[in-house]
Design a protein around this ligand. Structure first.
Ligand SMILES: Nc1ncnc2c1ncn2[C@@H]1O[C@H](COP(=O)(O)OP(=O)(O)OP(=O)(O)O)[C@@H](O)[C@H]1O
Length: 353
C-alpha cells in the first residue's frame, strides 16, 4: 500500500488559515443540488447509498450519514468536490490510503472504511458511522468533563495513538472535533478520525525515520498543536502526544491560557499563542489538573524528534491517578450518568447529534 505523493500541496492547502476558494467549494451536481437545499434533502448515489442528514463539514467537504439501501446498514460518507479544484491532487484518495495502512492488522479506535468511489465529479469515502465528537460531548456536559472521564479517554487514546504510530503514521491534527465515540455496543470506545493531515513518518520497508526539517507552515489546529508544529518544524510522534495532552486538558478545564486571547490580528495572536506554549509555561497550562499532566507534557518536550515515546509509562501516569482516586475504568462517562446536570440541563445549540 503506498500513500500518494501529494504531501506538500496537501499541507499547504490544509495549513492555511485563510479561507481560500479551495477551502469553500460548492458541491458538484447532483450532490450540489441536493445538499444546497439543506437539511432534510437526501441524495441517492449510484452505488446504493442514500444520504440521511449532514453530520458536519470541514475544509474539504461535507460529511453525511447515509444508509446502504441493499444491506440497510448506516454509514458516514465524506464527500469531496473535485470539479473546481485547483489542487493537482485529490484529498479523499489520500485519506483513504492512510486508512488502509491503519487498518492493516486491525487497529481499534479507527473507523472502518468501506469504500472509496467517484460519482460525477465528487469523491466519496464511505466509512463507519461514529457517535458524537468529544467536542460535542464537552458542550453537552456544559463545558467540562470530569477528571475520571478524561483519564478513561486518555488511556484509550494513548493506546490507539501507539497503534497508529506503530503503523508508521502521524495524525498531526488531533483535536476534540476529530475524536468521536463509537455507536451502540461500541459507544464506550473513542475513535480517531480525519487523517487528511496524516503522513508517514518512516519508510514502510526500511523503517527509516523521516529527516528533521524546518520551515513549514504550521500544521494542525493552532489551539491544540504542539509548539514544534506551531513553529513550523517537522513533526514526530512526540508532537502527536503533546497535542493529545492539550486536548485532554482542554476537555477537563474547558479553557486554556490562549482561550479568548485578544490580539490586533491573526499573526499577532498566533505569535502570542506560540509563546504561551513555551516549556516554562507548561505549569500554567496544567494548572487545575493533577501533576501527572505536567509530567506527561515535560516528558514530550524532552523527547528528541525521532525518539520512540514510552507509551506505557504515559498510560501508567494516568492509571496512577485513577488508582489514587479509587476509580475504576468502567466506561461510565459523564454523558452516561447525567452528572453534568449539576451544572444545568440546557443542551447548547452547537451540540450536534
Ligand atoms: N465517520 C463519521 N461518523 C460520524 N461523523 C463524522 C464522521 N466523519 C466525520 N464526521 C463529522 O463530520 C465533521 C467533519 O469531518 P472531517 O473532520 O473528516 O472533515 P474535514 O473536512 O477534514 O474537517 P476539518 O477541516 O475540520 O478537519 C466531523 O467533525 C464530524 O462531526
Amino acid at each position: 500500500m503506498s500513500i500518494p505523493q501529494n504531501e506538500q500541496n496537501h499541507h499547504e492547502a490544509r495549513a492555511s488559515n485563510d479561507p481560500s476558494p479551495e477551502r469553500a467549494q460548492p458541491l458538484s451536481s447532483p450532490l450540489k443540488m441536493a445538499m444546497r437545499r439543506g437539511r432534510g434533502e437526501s441524495y441517492r448515489s449510484a452505488s446504493g447509498y442514500q444520504t440521511l442528514s449532514p453530520l458536519g463539514g470541514g475544509s474539504f467537504g461535507q460529511v453525511y450519514s447515509a444508509v446502504h439501501l441493499h444491506s440497510g446498514s448506516l454509514v458516514a460518507i465524506k464527500f469531496e468536490d473535485t470539479s473546481q479544484q485547483k489542487r493537482k491532487n485529490e484529498l479523499l484518495p489520500y485519506e483513504h490510503a492512510i486508512y488502509q495502512v491503519l487498518s492493516h492488522g486491525g487497529c481499534s479506535g479507527i473507523p472502518q472504511v468501506y469504500w472509496l468511489g467517484k460519482e460525477d465529479t465528487t469523491n466519496m469515502l464511505v466509512m463507519e458511522l461514529l457517535g458524537p465528537t468529544l467536542e460535542s460531548l464537552r458542550y453537552f456536559c456544559r463545558g467540562t468533563l470530569s477528571l475520571k472521564s478524561v483519564l478513561m479517554l486518555a488511556d484509550q487514546l494513548i493506546s490507539t495513538l501507539e497503534s497508529i504510530h506503530s503503523r508508521g503514521i502521524l495524525c498531526r491534527d488531533i483535536k476534540p472535533e476529530n475524536l468521536a465515540m463509537g455507536r451502540g455496543p461500541k459507544s464506550h470506545l473513542v475513535y480517531f478520525f480525519d487523517f487528511g493531515l496524516g503522513r508517514l513518518y518512516k519508510d514502510v520497508i526500511t523503517g527509516e525515520h523521516i529527516p528533521y526539517r524546518e520551515g513549514y507552515e504550521p500544521i494542525g489546529a493552532p489551539r491544540y498543536c504542539s509548539q514544534a508544529a506551531f513553529l513550523g518544524y517537522e513533526q514526530g510522534r512526540k508532537d502527536d502526544l503533546e497535542s493529545l495532552a492539550f486536548v485532554l486538558i482542554w476537555l477537563h478545564k474547558g479553557h486554556m491560557p490562549w482561550t479568548s486571547l485578544l490580539a490586533p490580528n491573526i499573526p499577532a495572536k498566533l505569535k502570542i499563542m506560540g509563546e504561551m506554549k513555551d516549556t516554562d509555561k507548561l505549569a500554567e497550562i496544567c494548572k487545575g489538573c493533577p501533576d501527572e499532566f505536567l509530567t506527561y507534557l515535560r516528558y514530550c518536550r524532552e523527547l528528541e524528534f525521532a525518539d520512540a515515546p514510552d507509551y506505557e509509562m504515559l498510560r501508567g501516569l494516568f492509571r496512577g491517578v485513577m488508582q489514587r482516586e479509587g476509580w475504576v475504568c468502567d466506561g461510565v462517562y459523564d454523558w452516561c450518568t447525567g452528572s453534568d446536570s449539576e451544572k444545568g440541563t440546557l443542551m447548547p445549540e452547537r451540540f450536534v447529534w
